[in-house]
Design a protein around this ligand. Structure first.
Ligand code: NAG
Ligand code: NAG
Ligand code: NAG
Ligand code: NAG
Ligand code: NAG
Ligand code: NAG
Length: 164
């Protein structure tokens, strides 16, 4: 009884893997011109989601906008394709990135900056495009590393055709 239940569950998760991206985590210190990875965090979801692309950028925090600006990624924006091979992965999606050389300037080096990440996905049979954004604050320093910081899943922004 127990054995057959486990087998069924395992088969189901292999054949029907469905997950959506709910945030990201990144190293808390980034060095200009170094390569680093950040992880898109996923959770099980009731339907398969077609993730299209991830994009990211950097903003200096201000008193009125300590975590950047909604619907914006900031300077030095870059992007990468996700597509079917990198969608619906319950263990998360690792993204390779290079820290912009421009962050070596005195405006950024040694300071906290907001790393904003957005993911565009197609939902449902109608393929409704949704773009969702999250952020973390990182320090621009001499070497990548430090504790990883997590965006959390709430509180970012969402651009969604169903919201009028
Ligand atoms: C950035 O890194 C690349 C590859 O490691 C290197 O060729 C280049 O000289 C570096 N640029 C600067 C400004 O240090
Ligand atoms: C960053 O700037 C410092 C001097 O201000 C320089 O020594 C270093 O090579 C620069 N690094 C990169 C990656 O441009
Ligand atoms: C992110 O993924 C990489 C590669 O799988 C892993 O080395 C790292 O520990 C992960 N970090 C976090 C905070 O999940
Ligand atoms: C990310 O970089 C690692 C190590 O260089 C490489 O094995 C992996 O294929 C890269 N992933 C993508 C999606 O480019
Ligand atoms: C950044 O993320 C936090 C939650 O960690 C959220 O409260 C804040 O609204 C986000 N900032 C923007 C500009 O979306
Ligand atoms: C889009 O917005 C509608 C209305 O707010 C909401 O019901 C729906 O869950 C949203 N879709 C996604 C994928 O967030």
């Amino acid at each position: 009884m127990r054995f057959s239940t486990l087998t069924t569950a395992t088969l189901a998760s292999v054949s029907l893997a469905s997950a959506r991206i709910i945030g990201f985590s990144a190293p808390s210190t980034l060095a200009p011109n170094s390569t680093f990875t950040f992880n898109l965090t996923t959770e099980n979801y009731i339907q398969r989601v077609a993730d299209v692309a991830v994009s990211w950028g950097y903003t200096l925090p201000t008193e009125t906008n300590p975590t950047g600006y909604k619907y914006s990624l900031g300077s030095f924006a870059e992007s990468a394709y996700l597509g079917p091979d990198r969608s619906n992965i319950i263990t998360g999606v690792v993204v390779n990135a290079t820290v912009p050389v421009g962050l070596n300037s005195s405006s950024y080096f040694g300071k906290d900056v907001v790393l904003s990440v957005a993911v565009t996905s197609l939902y449902g049979a109608s393929g409704g495009p949704v773009t969702q954004g999250w952020n973390v604050t990182v320090r621009i320093g001499a070497e990548d590393g430090g504790e990883w910081v997590d965006s959390g899943r709430e509180g970012g922004w969402i651009e969604n055709g169903s919201c009028q």
